[in-house]
Write a protein that binds this ligand. Structure first.
Ligand SMILES: *Cc1c(COP(=O)(O)O)cnc(C)c1O
Length: 383
């Protein structure tokens, strides 16, 4: 996939300090290609990009310019602070703030030129009051997720409040799907119908319903603008369908030690794993501080996560600790893994979905938990 071959040093072609124990490689050319593939998939709807949480942990300061260069014109962040940071890298894009209007942030949002996604009449009134002319506004209506968004009752109230509507420049009406990762789920149709009804009761505005999973449900869910995050970063959010994107992230770390253990030897904290035969164990410089989930630990009874060495999987054995994991490499030969070798924690043969599943979580959390200790390398062929 990338320059990094499992046994070759990732230093080839990039400046990685000799002391770096782990490397996160982020392929910006792939990211741009993913955005373009999704834009093509949803056309004539517009494809935006969700870049909250530091672009899902991949670095908003590098991800946003790449997306803008690809043609993206609408960005979604969670917080006012993320909006201000995004604005530095996207002077002309529309920036929507999903958390809405925190009391006291009106001036900051206006200064940033960000559009808050408002979820109540109180927020709408406060935002309108802080603006001289009609206030640029996005509206979050709830259609069944019951997380953030205006209730149908509040939307009704808004729809007849001419005075308030006059003070708003309604740029976008959006809602969020609860079960879009299951194409057959009844809630998809219910939320779609509810969204259409609510939009019809409001003044004409652009509409947005689908995130990464929803945009795979078909054109009926695309409306004017889709809001993918995870898919842009290479994630497969809709398990039943293949989203037309490629992996963007590779995470590699180094082997510190390889040792042979005897039958009966225990491995790691709490001695939670016991060798039942002679085993060869590699200790790798990656732990939960780097984003390897402690839930990926393995006991004899319950397997956990794995790494890939030279294209072959090696299972984690014992506890994941802060800086280290131990993996069983007994079956890996020609060549046998040795000290200093690079192994993949995420890579072409180890997608983020598998890494998440092995820790009883999802690829989203895998990305957003990548630790700060690993060196970040951005590939950008063709930029
Ligand atoms: C995070 C988020 C998205 C993006 O979701 P993905 O599944 O990453 O595409 C879209 N809309 C809302 C409201 C969100 O909170």
């Amino acid at each position: 996939m990338h320059d990094i071959q499992a046994r070759a040093s990732p230093r080839a072609g990039s400046a990685i300090p000799a002391g770096a124990t782990g490397v996160i490689t982020i392929d910006l050319a792939r990211l741009r290609a993913n955005w373009q593939a999704l834009a093509h998939h949803v056309a004539p709807a517009e494809c935006g990009a969700v870049v909250k949480a530091d672009a899902y942990g991949l670095g908003a300061s590098r991800v946003i310019p790449a997306l803008v260069a690809a043609g993206c014109r609408s960005l979604f962040v969670a917080t006012p602070e993320e909006a201000a940071a995004a604005r530095e890298h996207a002077p002309d894009a529309a920036i929507y703030v999903l958390d809405g209007l925190l009391p006291g942030t009106e001036m900051q949002l206006a200064w940033t030129g960000a559009v808050p996604v408002l979820a109540s009449l109180d927020e709408l009134r406060a935002w309108a009051a802080a603006s001289d002319g009609p206030a640029p506004t996005a509206l979050h209506v709830d259609t069944g997720l019951n997380r953030l968004g205006m209730s149908a009752r509040e939307v009704e109230e808004l729809a007849i409040d001419r005075e308030l509507l006059r003070r708003l420049d309604l740029r976008l009406v959006m809602s969020h799907l609860a079960c879009a990762d299951e194409a057959g789920h009844i809630m998809n149709r219910e939320q779609l119908d509810s969204f259409k009804r609510l939009c019809a009761s409001l003044p004409q505005a652009r509409a947005s319903l689908a995130a990464s999973d929803g945009l795979m449900l078909g054109a009926a869910f695309h409306f004017d603008l889709v809001r993918p995050g995870y898919a842009l970063y290479g994630g497969q959010a809709a398990p039943e369908r293949t989203t037309p994107v490629q992996p963007v992230v590779r995470v590699s770390a180094r082997i510190l030690q390889v040792q042979d253990v005897a039958p009966g030897d225990r491995i790691g904290y709490s001695a939670s794993y016991r060798a039942t035969a002679p085993r060869r164990i590699a200790t790798i410089a990656a732990g939960y501080a780097d984003g390897v989930f402690r839930h990926a630990s393995a006991t004899n009874a319950e397997p956990g996560g794995a790494v890939v060495i030279g294209g072959r999987r090696a299972p984690i054995v014992g506890r994941v600790s802060m800086d280290l994991i131990t993996v069983d490499v007994t079956d890996l030969r020609d060549p046998t893994p040795t000290r200093g070798d690079w192994v993949d924690l995420i890579g072409p043969e180890l997608p983020i979905e598998d890494v998440g599943a092995a820790a009883k979580t999802i690829g989203y959390e895998v990305l957003t938990r990548l630790g700060p200790r690993f060196h970040r390398v951005y590939l950008d062929q063709g930029a």
